[in-house]
Design a protein around this ligand. Structure first.
Ligand code: SAM
Ligand code: SF4
Length: 336
């Protein structure tokens, strides 16, 4: 690292970048995308591989060493393997991962490994075929599950993400954690966040404490160091994997947030819950100097809010909050 490290206005060191590669997706998860889909941007709007590479090089000199590729569905991006390969060639990128819905992952596993990908996050919202279909509006359960197993076989560290929604049964929670007991993978339960898509559904929110209670009643957990991570993580007695809880609404983790995002069309988003962003598309497209791009990144960090709407007043998930937060404004899709 050559430059001053990237620190926001509240003293948080920013070292983690999430890059959305596309806003296209082959799933229609009910908490993320309307059943009819979004109006997606034309591919000509996307940052190119070279523009992404340049951004990551500059951000790397400011201390960003963790990079996660996401979307939409990042594996729908035709040049995904080249992107992984070029980003992995950047000296400062010490940890490169992808978040995927897993449906098209299997044939990519070997090539991704060869290209240098370090880790995978696979989203699996239910281990029940029928409920999986209800949530994702697809029938890809078996493809996702077999990708998870194949990813483990090939030796990828795997995190399995589940957005917890009302209707999740204790039986299913136990199945998830049992999977992490049997295999060396990390299961992570995520609270539903009020992003756009199908809209904010406070009635669908299942507070993390309810899942944590079921897990604690059925497994013996050992807390692990949090290491500036948004997930509260635990080892499972007698098991190989870990279990994590990510409580975006009911137990805000904004104090530990170390990330910024880059949208597929070149907006730096300092916080998922804020509508402020800084566009670097024009700078990258017209070949602006490194100093100008660095300045844009520093400005984006400087406007990173202290916390989201739920930071000072967490959504408790109790009846009175449904009304209070009924009109919570939608923010944006995670991808765009
Ligand atoms: N398509 C890929 C996938 O689903 O893994 C990558 C993009 S997806 C937007 C990234 C992650 O965000 C997924 O784990 C997804 O479950 C999660 N996500 C999307 N909308 C969410 C919401 N409203 N609340 C909580 N998590 C959400
Ligand atoms: Fe697609 Fe991922 Fe959103 Fe589901 S969560 S609709 S897989 S982008």
């Amino acid at each position: 690292m050559h430059e001053e490290p990237l620190v926001d206005s509240y003293g948080r060191h920013i070292n983690y970048l999430r890059i959305s590669l596309t806003d296209l997706c082959n799933f229609r998860c009910i908490y993320c995308t309307p059943a009819a889909g979004f109006r997606t941007m034309p591919p000509s709007e996307y940052l190119t591989q070279q523009e992404i590479l340049r951004f990551v090089r500059i951000a790397g000199r400011m201390g960003i060493y963790r990079v996660r590729l996401t979307g939409g569905e990042p594996l729908l991006r035709k040049d995904i393997l080249e992107i992984v390969e070029v980003l992995k060639s950047v000296e400062t990128v010490r940890d490169l991962s992808i978040t995927t819905n897993g449906s098209r992952l299997k044939p990519f596993l070997e090539p991704l490994k060869k290209a240098g990908l370090d880790r995978l996050n696979i989203s699996l919202d239910s281990m029940d075929d029928f409920r999986f279909k209800e949530i994702t509006l697809t029938e890809a359960y078996s493809e996702v599950m077999s990708s998870v197993m194949a990813a483990l076989e090939i030796g990828f560290p795997v995190k399995l993400n589940m957005v917890i929604l009302k209707g999740l049964t204790p039986y299913e929670i136990i199945r998830y954690v049992s999977l992490a007991k049997e295999y060396p993978l990390d299961v992570r339960f995520l609270e539903f966040m009020p992003l756009c898509g199908t809209g904010w559904r406070p009635d669908l929110v299942l507070p993390i404490r309810e899942v944590r209670r079921i897990v604690n009643e059925n497994f013996s957990l050992t807390p692990l160091a949090r290491e500036n991570n948004v997930a509260e993580e635990f080892g499972i007695e007698g098991g190989q994997g870990k279990v994590g809880f990510i409580a975006s609404l009911t137990e805000s983790f904004c104090n530990d947030c170390s990330r910024i995002r880059l949208s597929a069309d070149g907006d730096i988003q300092p916080c998922l819950f804020s509508d402020r962003q800084v566009s670097v598309k024009a700078l990258l497209k017209k070949g602006a100097s490194d100093a100008a791009i660095e300045e844009a990144i520093r400005y984006a960090a400087s406007i990173k809010p202290k916390g989201n709407r739920f930071f000072d007043e967490p959504f408790t998930g109790h009846e009175k909050d449904f009304e209070k937060y009924q009109n919570t404004p939608m923010i944006r899709t995670i991808g765009g």
